[in-house]
Design a protein around this ligand. Sequence first.
Ligand code: GUN
Length: 295
Amino acid sequence: MSATIIDGKAIAAKVREQIAADVEKMQAEHGIVPGLAAVLVGEDPASAQYVRMKRKACEKAGIASFGHTLPVDASQEEVEALVKQLNDDPKVHGILVQLPLPKHLDEEKILSMISLHKDIDGFHPINIGRLAMKGREPLFIPCTPHGVIVLLEEAGAKLSGAEAVVLGRSNIVGLPAAMLLIHRDATVTVCHSRTKDLPAVCRKADILVAAVGRAEMVKADWVKPGAYVIDVGSNQVEDPSSDKGYRWVGDVDFEEVKEVAGALTPSPGGVGPMTIAMLLKNTLRGAELVVSGRV
Ligand code: GUN
């Protein structure tokens, strides 16, 4: 049996179309154009590429985007001053500080300085704290894990009562993905480098979310037949047959796993486009908070 391929590009395109329509309506009715400010510290090529993609997607949806690049040796004070300036700027409804930051910077302090109602990444300690608790509503949900949930729902996965296994415990993906799955009544196991017999734990999963950053680690015999598999990984591997000398692969061995899983996202073309779509959605929400007078 071959898995249904969950087309993240198509699902994200549908979400983006709706956002573009809502942005146009907001401008017509309230004269407000949602605005996103992206802060990049340093010149890490992958981070710079992600920021470019996010800004381009904003522009396509009619969202204003403001780029701020600081040098790799920018001081804590400089980054904090920029965040304060963006907090005070009425044209900015969402602030994104691209992670990881250079090691000398205090990431927790910088993220905690972003105004709660502009925290479109959902990484502010209060937003993450609310996400971690029952019956509390964060203003924003982190984009990648939110995209994972939308993909599962669009693919028809039943989350309530499902055995879900999340591979990876990062602040950006693994931990918030686990919390979102718990809120939807899945029974969740979070795996990491010290987990014993990883393949056996993964094989129990009706829903498997791979977010470890290890190229093609998840093999066919790690997957329960019929499982929903979401591949968050994006890893560069050498490929002499390609013009660039490399290609991108996920954390899941796509060719093997598609013969066992019930549904599977490709990487690229699965979670990546959804992360961007969710970021646009959160930016629109930031502007809606202003329009509705909540902030
Ligand atoms: N680095 C990798 N993923 C993300 C993300 O979703 N947001 C930010 N700000 N940085 C990231």
